[in-house]
Design a protein around this ligand. Structure first.
Ligand code: PBG
Length: 326
């Protein structure tokens, strides 16, 4: 048999496959999400996220140093707020001495070059577990944006490099950008969760922070997963309003959206490989149904191939260790 083209030539062995690989993961691709708790020497495994922990600040600092040593350049902070400090205004979110603010300072002091990003949304601080202020059973937009602005400025004051609004209120990026300018935080970036879908894959995260909505769901602010053009509209508006980095979330079930956004915008695109996506791999691996390490590398490579410049993932550390052959 004579063939003009034999595509398998480029797959003959590991060396040639490496030479022609189009997508290569590096530690610079990852953002490591961290869950921070009050107390000292606290390390609590999250039941639905096996192998992932909520750490007190002292343990978090040790973790950040380890991540930095592995070459990871960015962390995304989430804190667990005590129930007694939660209310409908979310005011603990901009407490100068709050756990988030103390954590930002302590991490920047310990590892100054680590890029510290902070989640901006009211849900961990809300007695209703919603991302915004609730009035008559509704999540009200404009008052929530005022709260998010205070929260963002307080994170900037504490030393955050990027604020990351994850709430999906209208107009919050413009309002936050304006407030950062007015308060002279000219070097603080905004990574906007611009195409964030109302997804069941956030379930384990809400266990981690005890932040599940007390009533209803998040469908009046997070996007309907049936929609594609809406993701582009949201993302382009966030860029116009001043977002430096945009995000698609979740990642694996939304690879088409990542690619479409990547082809449309001129800012870096991040993707959030969320808690439920982590939990699925962990659970299947525990059952012996999937090879965990292979599933991690294949999933993250797919997300990068789809167009993500950055990937927020609970597998950041494992992935880097795997890439380095540990
Ligand atoms: C808070 C927030 C959530 C996540 C990131 N920021 C939960 C939510 O929107 O309900 C989810 C992250 C994950 O599932 O890993 N607004």
């Amino acid at each position: 048999m004579y063939l003009q083209r034999r595509n398998r030539i480029l797959r003959t062995n590991a060396s040639i496959r490496s030479l022609v690989a189009e997508t290569i993961l590096t530690p610079n691709d990852f953002i490591a999400p961290l869950f921070i708790d009050e107390g000292e020497n606290v390390k609590t495994e999250i039941a639905s996220m096996q192998g992932y922990y909520r750490n007190s600040l002292d343990n978090t600092i040790a973790e950040v140093k380890e991540l930095w040593g592995l070459g990871i350049k960015s962390v995304l902070l989430f804190i667990k707020c005590k129930d007694e400090w939660k209310d409908n205004t979310g005011k603990e979110a901009w407490n100068k001495n709050g756990l988030m603010q103390r954590s930002i300072k302590a991490i920047k002091d310990a590892v100054p070059d680590m890029i510290v990003m902070t989640d901006v949304a009211l849900d961990p601080y809300s007695s209703y577990g919603h991302d915004g202020i609730v009035k008559d059973g509704e999540i009200v937009n404009d008052e929530t944006v005022e709260a998010l602005v205070k929260m963002s400025v307080s994170h900037a004051e504490a030393g955050a490099d990027f604020v990351a609004p994850s709430d999906m209120m209208d107009g919050r990026i413009g309002a936050i950008r304006e407030a950062l300018e007015q308060n002279n935080f000219r070097k603080v970036g905004i990574m906007s969760y611009s195409a964030k879908y109302a997804s069941c894959f956030y379930g384990p995260f809400r266990d981690a922070l005890d932040s599940a909505p007390g009533f209803g769901d998040k469908k009046t602010y997070q996007m309907n997963y049936a929609n594609r053009t809406e993701a582009i509209k949201e993302t382009l508006m966030d860029i116009e309003e001043g977002a430096d980095i945009v995000m698609v979330k979740p990642a694996m079930a939304y690879l088409d959206i990542i690619r479409e956004i990547k082809n449309t915008v001129e800012v870096p695109v991040s993707a959030y490989h969320v808690s439920g996506e982590y939990a699925m791999i962990k659970a299947a691996a525990k059952m012996g149904w999937l090879d965990e390490n292979k599933a991690i590398v294949e999933s993250l490579t797919s997300i990068k191939r789809a167009g993500a410049d950055l990937i927020a993932t609970y597998f950041a550390k494992s992935a880097v260790q795997l890439l380095q052959g540990h």
